[in-house]
Design a protein around this ligand. Structure first.
Ligand code: CAA
Length: 259
């Protein structure tokens, strides 16, 4: 595998296959558009129950001339992930870029937090990273190249009232990232995380307005992020020229982590 700097073209290759879990959410859609510009083969995963809405996202992105393959499967199910990714790997040149972006919130202070809402967030946000990464790694190792980017959160660093479940999962992702980065570095695979702050999206739209306004007041940049700003950071880590960056967490939060 040639060094991207030696070739003078530090960019994503059009022959790459990108798998994005949660690929039709706000950040997922921005990623589809960003990776799509390079002509890469994009596979956007969604939950099987979310296929109708996701097809609308696929159609919206197609208007920009970007074609996405939709792959509905449940990222909390180990066997389903293994089977689907084996099939996807066989049908393409193999997944070389994986973005673990599937995530949900079930916000409640701990007195009100049910075991179901604890489990749902840990299974979807953290266990999925194990299931999907493990399924993609044999192909990456065989090809001697891969990029794994896990979407964590500023709230995994700072904690947030009402998010013991979410903060635990997101902090867990950064530990996973560092450990896996060590394991696969010699195989040409980098593993990093990006920690967005508050992003304009359906996930933050449901926060009561007064609470959201208070949070935005604390962000040094003075606003929530656009999904494309998070996709930009992920694109940087996915680049062939980023091969010497591994095991990091890249904060993209408008300075919210400084406070
Ligand atoms: N800090 C301190 N105290 C708080 C508080 C806060 N942020 N929010 C509520 N409280 C206090 C209330 O004043 C109240 O106090 P009293 O009992 O003395 O009156 C008490 O806690 C209420 O506790 P409840 O458990 O009854 O709270 P609630 O049910 O009314 O609301 C909540 C809890 C739903 C979690 C609400 O606080 C909330 O929506 N918070 C926002 C959580 C958030 O930021 N989520 C991020 C979602 S987006 C995301 O996660 C993406 C990303 O990566 C950033």
């Amino acid at each position: 595998m040639s060094n991207a700097f030696e070739s003078g073209r530090p960019t994503l290759s059009a022959s790459e296959t990108v798998l994005i879990t949660g690929g039709t959410g706000a950040i997922g859609e921005a990623l589809c558009r960003r990776f799509g510009e390079s002509g890469a083969h994009i596979i956007a995963n969604c939950h099987p129950g979310d296929a109708d809405r996701s097809n609308q996202v696929v159609a919206a992105v197609a208007e920009q001339g970007i074609s996405i393959e939709l792959a509905p499967f449940d990222v909390t199910d180990h066997e389903q992930c293994k089977a689907r990714i084996e099939t996807l790997d066989a049908a393409s040149d193999g997944v070389s870029i994986l973005v673990n972006g599937a995530g949900i919130t079930r916000d409640a202070s701990i007195a009100k937090l049910s075991p179901d809402d604890w489990d749902a967030v840990l299974r979807t946000n953290l266990d999925s990273v194990y299931h999907v990464s493990k399924a993609c790694l044999p192909g990456m190792r065989a090809r001697g190249y891969g990029r794994i980017i896990n979407i964590s959160s500023v709230n995994g660093q700072r904690g947030q009232f009402g998010q013991t479940n979410y903060a635990a999962a997101k902090a867990g992702m950064t530990g996973f990232t560092r450990a896996l980065a060590r394991e696969v570095a010699r195989h040409g695979i980098t593993v990093n995380s990006v920690s967005p702050g508050y992003v304009r999206s359906p996930m933050t739209d449901v926060i009561p307005t007064d609470i959201r306004d208070r949070i935005v007041d604390e962000i040094p940049v003075g606003r929530a992020a656009e999904p494309a700003e998070i996709a930009h950071a992920i694109g940087f880590l996915a680049d062939r020229a980023s091969g010497y960056i591994t095991g990091i967490d890249l904060s993209v939060n408008g300075g919210y982590h400084i406070a």
